[in-house]
Design a protein around this ligand. Structure first.
Ligand SMILES: Cc1cc2nc3c(=O)[nH]c(=O)nc-3n(C[C@H](O)[C@H](O)[C@H](O)COP(=O)(O)OP(=O)(O)OC[C@H]3O[C@@H](n4cnc5c(N)ncnc54)[C@H](O)[C@@H]3O)c2cc1C
Length: 357
């Protein structure tokens, strides 16, 4: 992969000398991790953001920000308090205003917490929520965020993909604090529970919400959440993903992939062409404008391998592709390729793979 060095993002306000002065007196990094939670647990993508905070500095003082309301929030706060050895405090914003991932109130919250805490770094995961929140909060704080970070080489030097993942760019952040970034969770492995010391539990503090006003809610309102009632793993974190492309030909045929996913304990993914054709909803889309995945096994059926699709799955550990066109670009990234009719292959796989117990 080509590597490029790109310096100078956005110069902060104030003179260069005052910036150098301020930074030379900051001995340790202090990071605010904006965490998401579900069912009383910090989401795996946010645990990856904690791993990224460790990559910023082993001596990083990490605060975790959680928002929402009710018992699930407090359970998640307890989980966060013992989720990583570097976590020094958990900040809880207990209000219905943060119960849903609406960027407006969350950006206000982030600004307020940053202004009080003076963190050197703010990290969120590149989820739909993180991608929505970070630029808005960065604008309020008058800094430029660095997005989709895949590696951290120094406290302010990051690697991120460009040109739909075809090149990696090394970026030095030269702006004022905070250095805000979104990270690709597939690039930072969360700390395992075994690696955690049992005694380390960070204190939990309530955030002062006096900054909240009617204006904080902005123009957006929460309507509803539609989610599929399925036992299958979340696409972004699944160990195995089976993806279908336009070659599946219909929503009905996608059910074959769902049966395979059921047997393998896998998540189902799709190309944009399959989503646009109405075969599956768009939250299954993998790629540049969909989800970024890096499972241990990625199986692609009837997927041509367009550059925008590869951008979302090329980091998978093992890639298997089935396509009837031997020249399909997907075979250039596949570890195992089968030139065959996908329907014949699926039928055989469904027959031979036993049901999951
Ligand atoms: C700005 C932008 C962003 C985009 N973002 C994304 C994105 O996030 N994700 C994404 O996926 N795409 C994205 N796209 C679209 C992308 O360019 C491709 O159009 C899309 O990925 C193609 O999907 P496909 O492989 O399913 O369809 P096709 O390219 O039509 O390929 C279908 C494949 O199925 C094979 N096939 C057909 N029948 C069979 C059969 N019976 N057995 C075996 N093989 C069969 C064919 O040989 C063919 O290779 C984006 C495009 C743009 C411009």
């Amino acid at each position: 992969m080509a590597a490029m060095v790109v310096a100078a993002l956005r110069r902060g306000r104030g003179s260069c000398s005052s910036r150098v002065f301020a930074q030379s007196f900051r001995r340790f990094a202090s990071t605010l991790v904006v965490a998401e939670h579900e069912g009383g647990q910090v989401k795996p993508s946010s645990l990856s953001a904690l791993a990224a905070a460790e990559a910023v500095s082993k001596e990083n003082k990490v605060s975790v920000l959680l928002g929402g309301s009710g018992p699930a929030l407090h359970k998640a706060a307890e989980h966060a308090a013992s989720s990583h050895p570097l976590v020094s405090e958990v900040l809880v914003a207990d209000s219905d205003s943060f119960a849903h991932p609406l960027a407006e109130p969350w950006a206000d919250l982030l600004r307020s917490v940053q202004q009080k805490g003076g963190y050197s770094h703010v990290i969120a995961s590149s989820t739909s929520f993180g991608k929505n929140l970070l630029p808005r909060a960065a604008a309020l704080l008058d800094v430029s965020p660095v997005t989709d970070v895949t590696a951290i080489t120094e406290e302010r030097v990051f690697v991120r993909p460009i040109y739909a993942g075809n090149a990696l760019c090394t970026v030095r952040y030269t702006g004022v604090d905070p250095c805000m970034m979104s990270i690709r969770s597939t690039s930072f492995s969360p700390t395992t529970t075994e690696a955690m010391s049992e005694t380390k539990v960070a204190p939990i503090t309530q955030v002062d919400l006096s900054f909240l006003s009617e204006g904080s809610l902005g123009k957006s309102t929460w309507v509803s959440l539609t989610s599929q009632d399925t036992e299958r793993p979340d696409l972004a974190n699944a160990r195995v993903v089976v993806t279908g492309g336009r070659g599946l030909k219909s929503a009905e045929n996608f059910k074959l992939l769902e049966q395979l996913a059921e047997k393998l304990g896998a998540a189902v993914g799709a190309t944009r062409a399959a989503v646009d054709a109405g075969f599956v909803p768009n939250d299954l889309q993998v790629g540049q404008t969909g989800k970024i995945v890096a499972p241990e096994l990625y199986m692609a059926f009837g997927v041509s391998g367009a550059i925008q699709h590869l951008a979302g799955m090329r980091d998978s550990k093992v890639i298997v592709a089935v396509n009837k066109d031997a020249d399909a670009p997907i075979f250039q990234v596949a570890d195992y390729g089968l030139v065959a009719d996908l329907f014949e292959v699926l039928e055989e796989l469904l027959k031979k793979i036993p049901d999951k117990k």
